[in-house]
Design a protein around this ligand. Structure first.
Ligand code: NDP
Length: 286
């Protein structure tokens, strides 16, 4: 089975759209998301454009702030301070990566945790870790779990989940979410020994490595659910570039019970979950 992330994201957006209308009718609140883009990274420009478009399509307010690549840290902090105080802004997202002269950690820490719709602020990481229920949870990990549940009928109880990758953005939070779903979770990384053997034990395999076709078909347990987070641009035989995941899809699709394609798998869910977080922030704190 191919797990269709586009379809899952469209379904989620449809549900959110109803909830956005309800919030406006009941409390006269229109959720508002502001995205800040510093510099002109082409991939970031595409992501920001998609985020802004989809926010508007859902009936939310969307604002985009574009700053030149030489913007100073102090100016960015001042902008964030303004947005933190603005009651019409419920979600703030600073598109990463930032230019090298800006301290990313300091910027993320300056976003009001109540508006931190990327879920990267330490307070939200802590809440996620504590399982306190009121965390704004990073978007890609949320998307991974929704897609895994889509195949496994909502019940991940007792499954052995292997997550390859331990970044704060994907690997660690997806591992915590899977633990909350009562999976037995193993987190693998670049120092893990016998990675292939470990992956062969996985009922759910999440690949968040950033290396094209890293996970081979014979690493996958027959029938496993494979969630491929990787987005890697490679040149194909004709010299054109295309996107591939961290999993050798052609081989894996023969063995897995279900697998997310790249593109069209986890990627679309990431933006849908960003909209979900923006709505949650507006509901809770608007
Ligand atoms: P990072 O580079 O921050 O983390 C990569 C992880 O992979 C690290 O923990 C690293 O281990 C591990 N790793 C690297 N090499 C190996 C190896 N040989 N064996 C085992 N583990 C290894 O990447 P991100 O987490 O930010 O992103 C991962 C991928 O997901 C990228 O392709 C990225 O583009 C994609 N992505 C996709 C999103 C989406 O919306 N679909 C959103 C975010 C990311 P160690 O810690 O030991 O170095």
């Amino acid at each position: 089975m191919i797990i269709d992330g586009k379809q899952a994201a469209a379904e989620l957006r449809k549900q959110l759209s109803v909830q956005v209308d309800q919030l406006q009718q009941e409390k006269n609140i229109i959720p508002g998301l502001t995205v800040i883009l510093v510099g002109e990274d082409p991939a970031s420009e595409v992501y920001v454009r998609n985020k802004v478009r989809q926010t508007r399509e859902l009936g939310m307010n969307s604002n985009e702030i574009r700053l030149p690549a030489d913007t100073g840290e102090a100016e960015l902090l001042a902008r964030l301070e303004q947005l933190n105080r603005d009651s019409e802004v419920h979600g703030i997202l600073v598109q990463l990566p930032l230019p090298a002269h800006i301290d990313e950690a300091r910027i993320l820490a300056a976003i009001d945790p109540q508006k931190d719709v990327d879920g990267f602020h330490a307070l939200n990481s802590g809440r996620l870790f504590n399982g306190s229920g009121d965390a704004l949870v990073p978007c890609t990990p949320q998307g991974c779990v929704i897609l895994a549940k889509r195949h496994l009928g909502n019940d991940l109880n007792g499954k052995h989940a292997v997550v390859i990758g331990r970044s704060n953005i994907v690997g660690k939070p997806v591992a915590i979410l899977l633990l909350q779903e009562n999976c037995t979770v193993t987190i693998a990384h670049s120092r893990t020994e016998n990675l292939a053997g470990l992956c062969r034990q996985a009922d759910i395999l999440v690949a968040a490595v950033g290396r094209p076709h890293f996970v081979r078909g014979d690493w996958i347990k027959p029938g496993a659910t494979v969630i491929d987070v990787g987005i890697n641009r490679i040149a194909d035989a004709g010299g054109k570039s295309r996107l591939v995941g961290d999993v050798d899809y052609q081989a894996a699709v023969e063995v897995a019970g279900a697998i997310t394609p790249v593109p069209g798998g986890v990627g679309p869910m990431t933006i849908a979950c960003l909209l979900k977080n923006t709505l949650a922030a507006a509901r809770r704190y608007g």
